[in-house]
Design a binder for this molecule. Structure first.
Ligand code: JB2
Length: 213
């Protein structure tokens, strides 16, 4: 069976492992997490252990592990670690819940995860290292760039574009045809009815830019 390492051992890793255990496609060889440095082979969940920290990444291919998934919620950190993993011989895969709906005409990049209850509709392009979280929806013709996080319950309406690294908070709504810049942060429950630039924090109903970040 194909062996996979999970990078990170927090709440997000637990959710991603739950998907891999359901799909049965990979054997989980363990997790990498910095907390390994001060404890030994920690049991993380159900016979899955923390087997080391990120210094192990370059050596893993020599131990028969070919695949990796970076399961860290923080967009910047996920981007940084995914770039490190790509420079080694590990293949980055996606984690798609069997309880998500994904149009056969949508495209999903490597290292992205789609959680239970999520809907990705026709002609959507989802980049690499993206999180489409529980019960969120991305309607037709949207473009979601690399390292974006669409948090639980969020609705992105048709033809919208969310640029690299942006976080759309829990239960936010984005009307159709909106463009949100890169590395911005849209707060929980926001209702986005106008374009939002890059590197800002915006929230409220309707969403307003509060500050640059
Ligand atoms: O450089 C690192 C590193 N920095 C922190 N490399 C590796 N391999 N792991 C790192 N970590 C580890 O990520 C921490 O030691 C910790 O074990 C884990 C982060 O766990 P936490 O539960 O705090 O966050 P998360 O990223 O698993 O989940 C967040 O994002 C999800 C999408 C939370 O906000 C969740 O609520 C959310 N669902």
């Amino acid at each position: 069976m194909k062996k996979i390492v999970i990078i990170g051992a927090g709440g997000h890793a637990r959710s991603v492992i739950d998907i891999f255990l359901q799909t049965g496609e990979y054997q989980i060889a363990g997790c990498l997490d910095p907390c390994y440095s001060y404890r030994d082979k920690i049991e993380f969940m159900e016979d899955i252990h923390i087997i080391g920290d990120d210094s192990l990444i370059p050596e893993l291919v020599n131990t028969g592990i070919e695949y990796a998934f970076v399961a860290i919620g923080d967009n910047k950190l996920r981007c940084k670690i995914m770039n490190k993993v790509k420079n080694c011989a590990l293949k980055v895969v996606s984690a798609i819940s069997p309880h998500a709906y994904i149009s056969p005409r949508a495209v999903i990049g490597a290292g992205s995860c789609v959680m239970p209850g999520a809907v990705i509709n026709i002609n959507c392009k989802i980049g690499e290292g993206v999180i489409i979280n529980t019960n969120s929806s991305v309607d037709h013709d949207c473009q979601i760039y690399n390292y974006v996080h669409i948090a639980p319950g969020t609705a992105i309406s048709g033809g919208s574009v969310i640029n690299e690294g942006t976080h759309i908070g829990t239960n936010a709504s984005v009307i159709d045809g909106i463009c949100i810049g890169s590395w911005s942060y849209v707060g929980a429950g926001a209702v986005v009815v106008k374009n939002i630039p890059s590197n800002v924090m915006a929230y409220g109903v309707p969403a307003k830019v509060i500050k640059e970040i």
